[in-house]
Design a protein around this ligand. Structure first.
Ligand SMILES: Nc1ncnc2c1ncn2[C@@H]1O[C@H](COP(=O)(O)OP(=O)(O)O)[C@@H](O)[C@H]1O
Ligand SMILES: [Mg+2]
Length: 341
């Protein structure tokens, strides 16, 4: 369950110099930055409303240089792609930089994987595979625009009840000059960082390692225990051969090896290569059997699978009268699209 924030907290409107009014409805996250669910009515036109997520980045806690970098990513950078969160509007007011984003009504992949007792669950392979395939497409797009995300992890993957899967949070992203350009800053989230990042030289291939760890966690309900995650997994060669392939006869080093389909194993093996030269690129991953098997799972199937998780964010709405009305409205309308009242 995501943290339920105190609904008595100050949710005062924010007005901008061009007449745009932004009504905060609920705080939806507070990690490095505060993120709110908002209704934005542009330029004194109260008939036009956008339901969006608004991220507040405080200038004190980040420098002008960072703002410029974020601006350049939002401006030239990320471009449009169905697996990337779209930025709708940005504005700086005083010491706060506001970023308005399309709203995703289920929480991020990390929260989704926790049950109501905060235990990690494993996802069905077709769902995990579908998410991984969409992340491959997002990474492939970013690569074509020479953008390194550098914090590729489940908390930065957002989902909607309609089955959309999108990558967010480009705050520490970087625009590169060329595909093979090397980076050296030690940034990211430890568990998902490729080994070469710690040695101080890495390229866009680092995100493929993170993708492997994300998929590992989705399939097995936990992070790898060792620095060679692929050794912890046993491929299921066929329905009948798992015993013969050694569940009792290996060296006992990994008595609890995690099992997955041969396609999933193959995909993980291509992502979780410690040497980046042996690791597949996003483009190469699009021709793996695993990608081809799950990329086209119908959205209706994913939507159906996600139904059991809808308590996650909509639960918060039930506690607040105004928001309850909004919920009814947005349940009828597509919550991700612009709507009129
Ligand atoms: N567009 C959005 N729609 C819904 N929730 C969002 C959106 N953007 C961010 N969030 C929520 O806020 C959290 C933090 O957002 P993120 O952009 O990753 O900020 P941070 O820099 O603090 O990590 C996300 O994990 C997600 O739960
Ligand atoms: Mg984040």
């Amino acid at each position: 369950m995501p943290p339920i924030f105190d609904i008595r907290e100050d949710l005062s409107d924010v007005e901008f110099d061009d007449g745009t009014v932004c009504k905060k409805l609920m705080k939806i996250a507070m990690s490095n930055n505060e993120v709110f669910l908002v209704e934005r009515s542009p330029k004194n036109n109260s008939n036009e409303l956008y339901l969006e997520a608004m991220k507040e980045i405080r200038v004190e806690s980040c420098d002008e240089h960072r703002i410029l970098r974020i601006r350049s990513l939002f401006g030239r950078g990320v471009g449009k792609h169905e697996n990337l969160i779209q930025v709708r509007w940005t504005k700086q007011k005083g010491n706060i930089f506001y970023v308005f984003l399309e709203y995703m009504d289920l929480d991020n992949l990390d929260s989704l994987q926790l049950d109501d007792r905060q235990r990690l669950v494993c996802f069905e392979e077709y769902f995990a595979g579908h998410v991984a395939a969409k992340l491959v497409l997002a990474l492939n797009h970013l690569r074509s625009r020479l953008i390194a995300h550098r914090d590729f992890k489940p908390a930065n993957v957002l989902l909607s009840t309609l089955g959309d899967i999108k990558v967010c949070d480009f705050d520490i992203g970087r625009v590169l000059e060329s595909d093979g350009e090397e980076m050296s800053s030690l940034v990211g989230t430890d568990e998902y960082m490729a080994p070469e990042i710690f040695s101080g030289k890495y390229t866009l291939k680092c995100e493929i390692w993170s993708l492997g760890i994300i998929l590992f966690k989705m399939l097995f309900g936990g992070l790898p225990k060792t620095s060679n995650p692929i050794d912890e997994i046993r491929p299921q060669w066929s329905e009948h051969s798992t015993k013969d392939s050694g569940s009792n006869s290996d060296d006992g080093k990994w008595p609890e090896k995690k099992e997955c389909s041969i396609e999933a194993y193959d995909f993980l093996n291509k992502c979780l290569q410690r040497d980046p030269a042996n690791r597949y690129s996003a483009d190469q991953l699009t021709s793996t059997k695993f990608f081809l098997k799950y990329n086209d799972v119908p959205k209706s199937e994913i939507e159906k699978y996600l139904k059991k998780f809808t308590h996650i964010r909509f639960n918060c709405f039930l506690t607040h009268g105004n928001i309850k009305n909004l919920r009814q409205r947005t349940m009828v309308n597509n919550p991700l699209e612009r709507f009129r009242i």
